[in-house]
Design a protein around this ligand. Structure first.
Ligand code: GLN
Length: 305
């Protein structure tokens, strides 16, 4: 397996130059576009890796499935569904646009920013410090890595420049979809996106989702089978933003990308995969990361379709 990973990494290396680094969060533009790494953790506990799999980057949107898990664990499905829906577009079949409709939970998807910001309000804790620590602690547990922590520079960079996210949060507030102070909710969102991980961590988190709630460390159950099912289904339809359809055709497994350059892929019952390459396409997905997953999926028959 390791040989296959080395070979596919070399085959896809040229694609690392085709993307662009995220620059709307200034700190992310400092990444090295040549970094490229992959880590796979199999259901039998065996692993394989290649390239810069130990290189750290910020988790960004890959925190969204973890936020969703925590919101589900804290509140149950019904309470989460009353604030954040599950539909890819949230629009009726004949919609012209939704901007002139009132904002309903069914319009909000947990894998895009507005939904994730709404989820931040649902995490339990006495204050926003405690809420963040609970999210960080779940991330560490799923990744079986107690050392995972926040990247302070990215957090400050994001907080300073995140005005579009502010606009989304105030919109949610105006519709009563956020009940706490907007800046507190946003602070949790910015911190959550700034958690620093590597490809190995993503493979371990993906493993827990592929293993229906049991982590690699001692096969301990952390969340229910039902929640794994819920999160994986949403990742399948919306995990790669408006590239999810192409990804479903060409790769065919639940996955989540982040503008830090990471991709976490879940092959139900088989493996968790973590990839890092910071050059992004115009949808915010790692260009070389997707190419590598396409080839991996072909070589190992990973597609669930
Ligand atoms: N922190 C980023 C943002 O809010 C996350 C987006 C992403 O990874 N796609 O813009």
């Amino acid at each position: 397996m390791e040989e296959l990973l080395e070979q596919l990494l070399e085959e896809c290396r040229s694609y690392t130059q085709n993307g662009h680094l995220a620059s709307y969060i200034p700190e992310l533009a400092k990444a090295d576009p040549n970094d490229f790494g992959v880590y796979i953790l199999n259901s039998d506990g065996k692993h394989a890796c290649a390239g810069d799999f130990g290189k750290c980057f910020t988790i960004q949107s890959i925190i969204k499935p973890i936020l969703l898990l925590l919101a589900l664990m804290d509140n149950g499905v019904d309470a989460v569904r009353s604030r954040v829906g599950v539909e890819a577009t949230g629009k009726p079949f004949d919609a012209i646009n939704v901007t002139d409709q009132s904002l309903l939970s069914d319009h909000i998807n947990p894998m895009v920013n507005m939904g994730a910001i709404a989820l931040c309000n649902l995490v339990k804790g006495n204050d926003y410090n405690e809420k963040f620590n609970r999210l960080l602690s779940l991330t560490r547990t799923l990744a079986c890595n107690p050392k995972i922590d926040i990247n302070e520079s990215v957090y400050h960079s994001e907080k300073q420049t995140g005005n579009k996210n502010r606009a989304l949060a105030y919109m949610l507030k105006s519709y009563g979809m956020i009940t706490d102070e907007v800046e507190d909710v946003l602070d949790l969102y910015f911190k959550a996106c700034s958690i620093s991980v590597n490809s190995k961590d993503l493979a371990y988190i993906g493993f827990a989702l592929s293993n229906r709630g049991k982590i690699a460390d001692g096969y301990k159950r952390i969340f229910s089978y039902d929640y794994a099912h819920y999160v994986n289904a949403i990742l399948m339809t919306c995990g790669m933003y408006d590239g999810s359809g192409d990804f479903a055709i060409n790769v065919g497994v639940p996955a989540k990308s982040g503008v830090g350059g990471g991709i976490m892929a879940i092959v139900p019952t088989r493996m968790g995969i973590g990839i890092y390459s910071p050059g992004l396409d115009d949808k915010g997905n790692s260009v070389a990361g997707i190419k590598l997953l396409e080839r991996l999926s072909n070589a190992l028959f990973l597609s669930i379709f």
